[in-house]
Ligand binder design. Structure first.
Ligand code: NAD
Length: 490
């Protein structure tokens, strides 16, 4: 195995550091099941030190108010990451099992490019706004509205797009003037520790502004962060269950919470749609083995063209390229670990048991005995209330549902506890936009249009979360608002 030059240490108080216990945990390549390295197994005491350092950096340095310092040093981070893409790329592929092609897009390159958007906001954002004189109880006053950082941000991220999500939190949090304690997922620690090394060795970001605490334990060290009164805000991406738990824990210390959670998005194909470009893309549900929260995992086909659509899907699922993620021809690699694979296989079993028809896939691929692979899987004739139509599987599984007319399609799409994303296809753009307006989700792709961008807000309705990442709305999640009352200048 090539030396990936990954970083095994955490970043606490400006120093790259081993765990206080001296212990490490294994980083495993999900495509090969090989141990690819060891990482500091941080403890609750390490988290305590990290929070103390972030608190001190926020309260006792000028980080929160010195925009020139932030601009200079956060730019240093972006520029250093820019130069290190080819060192990072194999690390991400190895620990995430992500198809390498995705690292040229959203898994890595796109998010390094997009980081510039937040850095530029340090200059362009309207930090102060003057309001006109207003009369209140016989007194005339001017007002000035100030936007200020929230304080210490605890950032908790999952394993599916770890580097991208770490940067999606660090970027706006730092640009806005907060200090951060980042706790990455145990399956993908390098996507965070590498950033820590770059910060420590290649930037003048002051000690304590960014702390990174890794842990092999999924919850304990994260709970030390979410329950700590010195932390002002938790920015979390992950499952809805953990999101709920974080919100409940935040109640005691009244933390601001920002939650990007799960999804079960619908892809509505209207009866006049071009099936080749819409239904034909249905197997893209399997990109990155379906481990994307905004992937459309339910396809809604019109009764009038149902059989035609199913036929096309079958062909595209049967030829979907998957396997070794380092092979650029594959757009699907393994699931992240054995327990996720068993969870996905459990859902597939339940799908059949509840009466859906399994048309393609459904098991571990025989030709890939190593690695946590599951075959691209297509279920048709799925009842809208079936478990596989309701719950987030987070695997390469598409559920196909039949609808009668546009109203029925909207009803079925909205019959979900989630509200993250979706998509609509029609020969008429107006008809498709009309349907998109009726879908209760945070993003909708219309006739193949992409909603993703550094300036487009992303997030969920209902159980898919609270708040938005990216765009001005995403930046403002990391800000407080202060209003000054001033004497009437007249
Ligand atoms: P998860 O919720 O189990 O874990 C996410 C992170 O939370 C990890 O770092 C984990 O260690 C930590 N964590 C777990 N329990 C915790 C606790 N009690 N207190 C504090 N931290 C805790 O999710 P996962 O299995 O790692 O990721 C898959 C889920 O993430 C899917 O449901 C997916 O939809 C969701 N996701 C959502 C988005 C989005 O933007 N909406 C993006 C990616 C993933």
């Amino acid at each position: 195995m090539a030396d990936l030059n990954a970083e095994p240490r955490m970043l606490i108080d400006g120093k790259l550091t081993d765990a206080s216990s001296g212990k490490t945990f294994e980083n495993i390549n999900p495509a090969t099941e090989e141990v690819i390295g060891e990482v500091a197994d941080g403890t609750v005491e390490d988290m305590d030190r990290a929070i103390a350092s972030a608190r001190q950096a926020f309260d006792e340095t000028d980080w929160s108010t010195n925009r020139d310092l932030r601009k200079k040093t956060v730019q240093q981070l972006k520029d250093a990451l820019d130069k290190r893409r080819e060192e990072l790329r194999p690390q991400i592929v190895a620990e995430v099992g992500s198809p390498i092609g995705l690292t040229y897009a959203v898994q890595m390159d796109t998010c390094i490019d997009d980081f510039q958007y937040e850095i530029d906001l340090i200059d362009s954002y309207e930090w102060e706004t003057d309001l006109p004189v207003h009369e209140f109880m016989g007194m005339r006053s001017a007002r000035r509205v100030l936007r200020e950082p929230v304080g210490v941000v605890g950032a908790i991220t999952p394993w599916n797009f770890p580097f991208m999500l770490n940067l999606s939190k660090l970027g706006p949090a730092l640009a806005a003037g907060n200090t951060v304690v980042l706790k990455p997922a145990p399956d993908t620690p390098w996507s965070a520790t590498y950033i820590g090394r770059v910060i420590a060795e290649e930037t003048d970001i002051p000690p304590g502004v960014v702390n990174i605490v890794t842990s092999g334990d999924k919850a304990a060290v994260g709970e030390a962060l979410t329950g700590d009164p010195r932390v002002d805000m938790i920015s979390f991406t992950g499952s809805t269950g953990v999101g709920r738990r974080i919100m409940a824990r935040g109640a005691d210390t009244l933390k601001k919470v920002f939650l990007e959670l799960g999804g079960k998005s619908a892809n509505i194909i209207l009866d006049d749609a071009d099936f080749a470009s819409s239904v034909g893309m249905g197997s893209m549900t399997c990109v990155h083995a379906g481990q994307g929260c905004a992937i459309t995992t339910r396809m809604l086909l019109p009764e009038s063209r149902y059989d035609e659509g199913v036929e096309m899907l079958k062909a595209s699922f049967e030829s979907f390229p998957y396997g070794d993620p380092t092979d650029p021809g594959n757009v699907m690699g393994p699931l992240i670990n054995a327990s996720q694979r068993e969870r996905v296989l459990g859902y597939i079993e339940k799908g059949s048991a509840e009466g859906a028809k399994l048309l393609v896939g459904g098991k571990r691929p025989e030709h890939l005995p190593k690695g946590y692979f599951v075959e691209p899987t297509l279920f048709v004739d799925v009842d809208q209330d079936a478990t596989i139509a309701q719950e987030e599987i987070f695997g390469p599984v598409l559920a196909v549902l039949k609808y009668t007319d546009d109203d029925d399609a909207v009803r079925i799409a909205n019959n979900s506890k989630y509200g993250l994303s979706g998509s609509v296809a029609s020969a008429s753009l107006d008809r498709a936009i009309g349907i998109a307006r009726r879908i209760r989700t945070g993003t909708v792709s219309v006739n193949g249009g992409g909603w993703f961008g550094p300036d487009s807000p992303f997030g969920g309705y209902k159980d898919s979360g609270i708040g938005r990442e990216h765009g001005i709305a995403g930046f403002e999640e990391y800000l407080e608002t202060k209003t000054l009352g001033l004497p009437d200048p007249a």
